[in-house]
Design a protein around this ligand. Sequence first.
Ligand code: 6YU
Length: 503
Amino acid sequence: MEGGGVGRRVVAVGAGLAGLGAAQRLGGHGSLRLLEAAGRIGGRVCTRPFALGLAEMGAHWIHGPSPGNPIFRLATSYGLLGPEAAREENQQAEVGGHPPLPSVTYGSSGKVLSPTAVSEVHHLFDTLLDSARAFRGAEELPAPSVGQYLRGEITQRVSTLGGGREDAQRLQLAILATCLKLECCISGTHSMDLVALEPFGEYVSLPGLDCTFPGGYSSLPDRMLSALPEGTVLLNKPVRTIRWRGSFCEEGDKTRDFPVRVECEDGDAFLADHVIITVPLGFLKERHQDFFQPPLPQQKAEAIRRLGFGTNNKIFLEFEKPFWDPQQQLLEVVWEDESPLEEPSTNLEANWFKKLIGFVILQPPDQHGHVLCGFIAGKESEYMETLSDEEVLGTMTHLLRTLTGNPHLPAPRRVLRSQWHSAPYTRGSYSYVAIGSSGDDIDALAQPLPEDPEDPRPLQLLFAGEATHRTFYSTTHGALLSGWREAERLNQLFKAPDPAPQV
Ligand code: 6YU
């Protein structure tokens, strides 16, 4: 921080991609401090060792790896991506964030379902989903939520499903039920009935075939951290309260006062001119009333309440030998007695595992071992978090034996699962635009405080994090861009040149 920023103190709360991005663009020198509650950086980017390789507990892919994606540009400039991601064709592919993977679909009767039947239904679902995105800006809506709209469309077509044959129709409905569960994982919600229809099309998918980080997603925040001056980030420093609109002095120095005092759970306090808050929306939902003194203005508090923040978890299973064909990359699960037109069971204890959409097969096996990564969203996912590893492993073994029709299928050697809802400084996985909210709430959440632009002490509180990005919410690139945005807001105030290299 130079120029008009000399002597200004900035504190950022949270060392995920938004916080690290802000620090990167502010230059990381001067009096910048980044306070992180956890004992590690990265937040919802979290790579752990598992089996022969690595497991991504949080973010998995770069969604839309192409030059318009800042995560892709940064990762490329650091040399963190594999040769596939660098290919022009990969970057140009328009797949709407869902790369088609070679897959096999297991039915609950223990049989593999016909790939033609499955892909026909996927095609229908994708068409319906595209039509759901087209309501952006519409004054009149056929339904308030994406889920209700989709069910309405499915109801209208039900007689044509399966070519009029009852068993084929039932199977197509069951496959559609899985499609809806997959969409819950993508939107990070319990039910698509909670996701607002009108703003659904506002989320922007970038071109590019989704790719992973060969050395783990955490290699990105690690590189970002290494470019910051030592001591910028303080770990194990959970912030308890942010007092703003105040007049605080350092002990023994009455010559200067600061409008903000950031108090940590361990009793430490940091005085600042500006605080960039990057804590997850889940944390804000639970804690904002006590976290800010004075409390946030009503419009911001309402935006926090209205916007959605749900859970999507992963369950990694390591096997001694694969029971799947090495060509496959995805094992999908269909419960043949389910239908999107019927209410799902609310008995979590008996049925939580039926919400699991299937498993991604981690590739290549010589780097990962024989590992499946299951995805599960919603209340069932939150229930899974309360179970022991042994219980999850036992249920997964039973599930896979049912699906493969092989009662002797060997149990996985090991299990590792994420527990994002129980994580006290996250309280879920990512945000979505819930019924009753809109993109305007995302903008309201992103607005700095105090609201009055003429306030003599402007930009006391700035807000970043994935939930503050109107078109890229729920992603790593949304988080990074939001951090850059707030750093730029301060740079403008300081009128200092941006010291970070442009990528
Ligand atoms: C992506 C992907 N991905 C899977 C799973 C999850 C997420 N995402 P952070 O939380 O990182 O940082 C805040 C920090 O603040 C944190 O370290 C806290 O400890 C700290 N903190 C909190 N309270 C504090 C306090 N009091 N004091 C001090 N510190 C405090 N994104 O691009 N690709 O494949 C996935 C996936 C299981 C959980 C993901 C993915 C989301 C990203 O991980 C996430 O947005 C960013 O990392 C957040 O960074 P941040 O800095 O904001 O917060 C139509 C429509 C559809 C919309 N969805 C489509 C896209 C779907 C998203 N993709 C999901 C898929 C997977 C698998």
